[in-house]
Design a protein around this ligand. Structure first.
Ligand code: CMP
Length: 158
């Protein structure tokens, strides 16, 4: 009998967003590309769909070449963005930064691998909910797409 594959992302806990985190999200997300065109009312509609996921240090959250099913906003911690063929990491992202948006917006496989540096807490928005929000806010989607394309241009520089 084959043994189950070892998951590469070690999830320590998953739970809905608690009231104490809503203020942080409102403050943080209203400045983040994707969310910057959202009013508080719209943001309030997104929050119930977000889950706070805690990952063990070294977890691989997105793998280059795989399909994308969610995007993430870092609550606490840092991740490294790495790409095959690059000697150095492409970027290091920390609290308030987001990742995983490119596959959802550009309809492409994951452009890079995202690894938690230490223990990481990140808000996760599944692609189905991301699309629902994106459809309602074309301006917001356009600004996030612009950033995704800038990130893609950097990746093409290897
Ligand atoms: P995605 O392609 O879905 O999965 C890998 C993620 O790495 C990608 O979305 C971006 O969020 C992130 N990423 C890729 N390239 C860069 C970059 N140049 N700068 C910062 N983040 C990046």
């Amino acid at each position: 009998m084959e043994s189950a594959p070892t998951p590469s992302a070690s999830i320590l806990s998953v739970r809905p967003v608690e009231p104490a985190e809503v203020a942080w999200l409102e403050k943080g997300m209203l400045h983040v590309g994707f969310f910057s065109n959202l009013g508080r009312a719209q943001l309030a509609k997104v929050l119930p769909y977000m889950l706070l996921v805690r990952y063990a240090a070294g977890s691989v959250i997105c793998t280059e070449g795989e399909p994308g099913d969610a995007m993430y906003l870092i609550f606490k911690g840092a991740v490294l963005i790495t790409k095959k063929g690059w000697k150095e990491p492409v970027a290091r992202l920390k609290d308030g930064d987001f990742f995983g948006e490119m596959a959802l917006l550009l309809g492409e496989p994951r452009s890079a691998t995202v690894t938690a540096v230490g223990e990481l807490e990140a808000f996760c928005l599944a692609s189905v909910d991301f699309k629902r929000v994106a459809e309602r806010s074309p301006d917001m989607t356009a600004s996030l797409r612009q950033l995704a394309e800038e990130r893609r241009r950097k990746l093409a520089q290897s």
